[in-house]
Design a binder for this molecule. Structure first.
Ligand SMILES: [Zn+2]
Length: 184
């Protein structure tokens, strides 16, 4: 039987995966061992997480780095080429899956483990976000040294930070900067 991930927010999961490389942490790599990958999969309600192994960890990390490169690529054509490459290599095919009372169209490599499903779902989610919202909605946090990525789904489309914490950190830094510039 093919098992699918539960209904979630595929874009949020893709962003969460991209940010498992976290430059705010003393050790940037958050997927250090197989147990970290299993915990990530479980957190996002992927079935079969316990089967993830070293090979899955290497694959997911490599994919994560390539996904971050899509967010960092300033040239739209090149970004599209990168993302299309990820979609192709993920082996994702559109599949109808039951979600509650409804049927949802999900991109899934048929009959494969949770890591492969995560990679396919994340590729498809980011591609769908780009087609719906545009490349300018893929962002990288401006509160250095944070380099976390985000998909700006706000109405205004003016998001600059990955999270509330970074927005506050940037505001505090700007305030201190102003104070320092005050004469007397
Ligand atoms: Zn941030």
């Amino acid at each position: 039987m093919i098992e699918f991930q539960q209904a979630g927010d595929p874009v949020a999961i893709a962003v969460d995966l991209a940010n498992t490389w976290d430059t705010l942490e003393s050790q940037h790599e958050q997927l250090r061992e197989v147990a970290d990958l299993r915990a990530f999969l479980e957190r996002h309600a992927y079935s079969g997480a316990a089967a993830a192994d070293e090979r899955d960890l290497a694959r997911v990390r490599e994919f994560r780095d390539e996904l971050r490169a899509v967010f960092a690529e300033p040239d739209e054509d090149r970004a599209a080429m990168r993302l299309n490459g990820l979609l192709e290599r993920s082996g994702a095919v559109p599949q109808l899956v039951p979600e509650g009372e409804e049927w949802a169209l999900r991109h899934t490599p048929v009959g494969s483990g949770p890591s492969a499903r995560l990679i396919a779902a994340a590729s498809a989610a980011v591609a769908e976000a780009v087609s719906a919202l545009g490349w300018e909605r893929l962002g990288t946090c401006e509160a250095a040294p944070c380099t976390c990525v985000f998909v700006d789904r706000s109405r205004s489309g003016t998001r600059r930070y990955c999270c509330r914490l970074c927005a506050d950190r940037a505001a505090t830094a700007a305030y201190r900067e102003r104070r320092r510039g005050d004469p007397g």
